[in-house]
Design a binder for this molecule. Structure first.
Ligand SMILES: NC(=O)c1ccc[n+]([C@@H]2O[C@H](COP(=O)([O-])OP(=O)(O)OC[C@H]3O[C@@H](n4cnc5c(N)ncnc54)[C@H](OP(=O)(O)O)[C@@H]3O)[C@@H](O)[C@H]2O)c1
Length: 180
């Protein structure tokens, strides 16, 4: 889903670390970037807090504190994983925090930035839906990757307060009953 985002950040010249559990897919992703030798694959599971911390600290030691981070972490693991991420960030780091469309459900309170990420340039991004020839559809991987990249590249804090809920929305989330 975010391979295109990784390739975009690497193409921008950022020394990049990419974390996921599957080593073979990670290696293939690194090979597909413009600068494989400058891109670090971190085979790690964010539900294993100790292992995740050790992987991120290894990356921080090699690349320096992270200045731009893209997070796609499922809700049940955020409470344990976000503090680990927070500990390897540079001051004022850009943190693009991807949330599923449920984050923008009607009546859902606009979430506050996670306390662990206080002091960061926290940029929530909600995955919405798009219009297709036969009605609405979920976003393609390319649309998600491009939208996330745009949020990461935006020069100033990208979050916008709108009726659509928290932060930037890729596609749309209103009206809610239009969901595929
Ligand atoms: N709104 C939309 O249009 C839209 C479109 C697409 C997807 N989505 C949302 O995305 C969800 C599924 O997307 P997906 O299949 O790409 O996502 P996913 O299963 O969450 O995986 C996304 C990435 O995260 C990694 N990952 C997953 N769990 C991990 C863990 N515990 N530790 C480290 N890395 C982990 C995966 O690699 P590994 O498996 O190798 O770890 C993969 O690279 C759907 O449920 C949907 O809510 C929404």
């Amino acid at each position: 889903m975010l391979s295109g985002t990784v390739r975009g950040l690497v193409a921008d010249g950022l020394r990049t670390a990419v974390a996921a559990r599957g080593e073979a897919a990670l290696r293939a992703l690194v090979r597909s970037t413009a600068h494989p030798a400058r891109t670090l694959a971190l085979a790690t599971d964010y539900t294993d807090t100790r292992g995740f911390r050790s992987a991120l600290e290894r990356a921080r030691d090699e690349l320096g504190p992270f200045r731009t981070v893209v997070l796609w972490i499922r809700t049940p693991s955020r409470d344990t994983a976000l503090p680990v991420v927070a500990d390897v960030l540079a001051a004022g780091a850009v943190v693009v925090d991807i949330r599923g469309s449920a984050a923008a459900a009607p009546g859902r309170a606009r979430p506050l930035p996670p306390p662990d990420l206080a002091g960061c340039d926290h940029r929530p991004v909600v995955l919405g839906f798009a219009d297709g020839p036969d009605g609405t559809r979920w976003l393609t991987h390319q649309e998600i990757a491009d939208g996330v990249l745009a949020a990461a590249r935006a020069p100033a804090p990208a979050a916008t307060t709108t009726d659509d809920g928290p932060g930037r929305v890729i596609g749309r989330v209103r009206p809610w009953h239009d969901r595929p």
